[in-house]
Design a protein around this ligand. Structure first.
Ligand code: IVH
Length: 705
């Protein structure tokens, strides 16, 4: 434990974590309070483009209000937040009455809800079990803001926001500045009046640049691309809008009835509409698809969830639309949403939680990272109890303290982080002062007592203990054993902790001296797993230079840099003796990385670890040298069975580096086969064709000859 840096758990909060007073049995007062809170959050979100709470928190309060109003219908008034579809139009802009209302879409959050949607559509269309599945057009749900564009005789004449769905704001001049909105359409477009519906957004890389520019200009950063897009579009001076990197994606049309198609090729499906819009010069989602039935919808959802982190823009779910327009018409609408559309939302990436404690973690290179221990919170699809606070400058900038209600963000597989704190939900003492002080950077390492250093221009403080610090030692070992480094199976977090705490392992080289009996003596360690671990450690003796360089855990040297260095230097000795100039000849190695490498090898204890690894039988350079030999130029090699030390991936890389090719099956063209344990059909075939068969040791020898 790191007592000096832990705070007591915060005291019990008032009944409600959102700062509301408990209202007991007074539904009118509770409704009143909820409405005030919702109005405030809606104003911050829609008018100021600066959300105070995550969407999920707004939705939670909204649903609470809905439920209360449903239980007490007499208390519903038409100015309740539940009685409007979207945001009110901003008075500064002219109002536009949407000829076809801009509806909302119902949401689904689970596979069951999606299946129920499909069933409702089938029922609505009178389909029974034997009938074929419905075709759906699937699209990403863009996380931007809805826009309607009116074209009259192929010219863009008016553009508006959604507003409350009936009336929006006239933002024509601002929309004209967006390059992905065609100002006039080609002769392929119909004559007459029609509306294109879609979403204005800011792509992620544009957003990053915009925020950097904002910061450089001393302006406030935007919370997210969506708010930046909304803020940019609602500018009264369209020159400002023009300077913002807005993009428009079309997802549908309205009022098509009023146009006369010269070639009578009226689209008959949603997917036709999108293709047609694309030919007219609009951007449409590249990741759209037509699928069949509920299984098709769920497969599309999974696919998009996978693709999401790599997309150029934020999406908050996917949208399913019955593809055939005639079926859409038959299904019609319920109150404010069409029956033929549903949005399948991704789990929210932001949610509220409370900071129970702030702990300090020491990383592999000594970085001192404050971590918030949280009340468990479901966010981004998992339950989170720890979130990084990055560093002490960030804690101060965001003013985050123990007891605070905070926004926690978990996007994709990124480490959860504390984004901000809600100051008006902070626990106060009897004098109205914050109960907890702002946490400062510790001056000594809570793990080893070494001095903590905070270089003047750096945000990250570091423990100066090096491998003396057990925390750094543990992290260094975990990294060394990790899959992309030395890939020692069975040497995970818990085992490393045990080994270090038992004093058995101080540096990676100590691993190679471990015996089965030493391991079996550890808590919860069976004889069998001890044997397996010793074998796994021995296996790691045969490795590639790039893996070793990465495994050493040199600051600023990631997997790619390790590869570049291995390729450039060919051996560890030549890397170790390289000076700054030579290091900087490696592509993508700049002064910072070069400095870290020099500093690492300048440390006597690091050189000693390398020497001890060599003495323990770990080898890498021979293999690496062989790799560039071209020894296997023009040769085709087949790998089969489990090799004693090399992974399949490593063996393949060796063959390729030596100029050879790895093939999946044995044929007359196969030069030789490398066979390990449990080799089957391929081995037999090679034998029957009289092709040379090598075991791993012979294969490695051959590479070194
Ligand atoms: S179709 C009748 N398609 O989601 C429904 N909407 O939650 C027409 N949205 O305000 C909308 N991506 O702005 C549709 N591919 C997409 C969409 C999409 C985002 C937005 C839309 C609407 C909101 C409803």
């Amino acid at each position: 434990m790191q007592d000096a840096f832990n705070f007591d758990a915060p005291p019990q909060q008032p009944a409600s974590a959102d700062g509301r007073k408990p209202m007991g049995d007074d539904p009118a007062a509770a409704i009143q309070q909820l409405r005030q809170l919702l109005e405030r959050y809606a104003h911050a979100y829609y008018v100021c483009d600066a959300p105070e709470v995550p969407d999920a928190e707004y939705d939670r309060l909204y649903r609470e209000l809905e439920a209360l109003e449903a239980a007490h219908p007499a208390l519903v008034t038409d100015d309740s937040p539940t009685q409007r579809i979207g945001a009110p139009p901003l008075s500064a802009f002219e109002q536009v009455l949407h000829r076809v209302p801009m509806l909302s879409i119902n949401n689904a959050f689970s596979a069951e809800e999606v299946e129920a949607f499909d069933q409702r559509c089938r029922d609505g269309l009178g389909l029974s079990i034997g009938d074929s599945p419905i075709d759906y057009a699937c699209e990403p749900k863009f996380d931007g803001l809805a826009i309607s564009l009116v074209y009259q005789d192929r010219r863009f004449v008016q553009g508006a926001t959604r507003g409350d769905g009936t009336t929006g704001e006239d933002v024509t001049l601002n929309l004209r500045t967006i390059h992905s909105i065609p100002l006039h359409l080609s002769a392929k477009a119909p004559i007459g009046r029609f509306e294109v519906r879609g979403e204005v957004l800011i792509r992620r890389e544009d957003f990053a640049r915009l925020n950097a520019d904002q910061e450089a200009a001393g302006e406030k950063r935007f919370a997210n691309p969506r708010n930046a897009a909304a803020g940019s579009l609602r500018q009264l001076d369209s020159a400002i809008t023009a300077s913002r990197p807005l993009t428009f994606f079309a997802y549908g049309i309205a009022g098509l009835e009023a146009v006369s198609f010269t070639d009578a090729s009226l689209p008959t499906t949603q997917s036709d509409i999108l293709s047609w819009l694309a030919t007219l010069g609009f951007r449409v989602a590249e990741t759209r698809a037509v699928v069949s039935g509920a299984p098709g919808l769920l497969a599309y959802y999974d696919q998009m969830a996978q693709k999401r982190p790599g997309l150029a823009y934020d999406i908050d779910g996917v949208v399913y639309k019955v593809n055939r327009l005639d079926q859409q018409v038959r299904l019609g609408f319920v109150s404010r949403a069409p029956r033929f559309v549903i949005a399948h939302k991704f789990p929210a990436e932001e949610a509220l939680s409370r900071v129970l404690e702030i702990a300090v973690q020491i990383g592999r290179t000594g970085a001192v990272t404050p971590v918030a221990r949280l009340e468990p919170i479901f966010v981004g699809g998992v339950t989170v109890t720890n979130a990084t606070l990055h560093n002490f400058i960030e804690i101060a900038r965001k003013d985050i303290r123990v007891g605070d209600t905070v926004v926690v963000r978990r996007a994709g597989d990124v480490i959860p982080e504390v984004v901000s704190s809600l100051p008006d939900r902070r626990p106060l003492d009897e004098h109205g002062q914050p109960l907890y002080a702002l946490m400062r950077c510790p001056e000594i390492c809570p793990e080893c007592g070494s001095h903590v250093e905070l270089p003047p221009d750096e945000a990250v403080a570091r423990c100066t203990g090096g491998l003396v610090c057990p925390a750094q030692r543990k992290q260094a070992l975990k990294h060394y054993a990790s899959r992309r480094a030395m890939d020692i199976e069975g040497l995970g977090e818990k085992v490393v902790d045990q080994l270090v705490e038992a004093g058995l392992v101080h540096s990676p080289a100590d691993l190679y001296g471990l015996t089965v009996s030493q391991l079996a003596a550890l808590d919860r360690f069976a004889e069998k797993s001890a044997e397996n671990l010793v074998v796994a450690i021995r296996r790691s003796c045969n490795t590639r230079l790039e893996r070793l360089i990465y495994a050493l855990g040199i600051r600023n040297v990631g997997e790619q840099t390790a590869k570049d260095l291995a390729r450039h230097f060919g051996s560890l000795d030549s890397l170790m003796s390289a000076d700054l100039d030579r290091l900087m000849q490696v592509p993508d190695v700049g002064p910072v990385v070069a400095d870290s490498i020099m500093a690492f090898f300048a440390e006597a204890h690091n050189r000693e670890v390398i020497e001890r690894l060599r003495n323990a039988g770990v080898h890498w350079e021979d293999v690496a040298l062989a790799a560039s030999s071209g020894l296997l130029n023009g040769k085709t090699v087949v790998l089969t069975g489990t090799l004693p030390t090399l992974t399949r991936e490593d063996a393949k890389a060796l063959v390729e580096a030596a100029g050879g090719k790895v093939a999946g099956s044995v044929s007359a063209k196969t030069s030789f086969v490398v066979a390990g344990d449990a080799a089957g059909a391929k081995l037999e075939k090679a034998q029957s064709l009289g092709i040379e068969i090598l075991d791993e040791a012979t294969f490695l020898q051959r590479l070194q000859s």
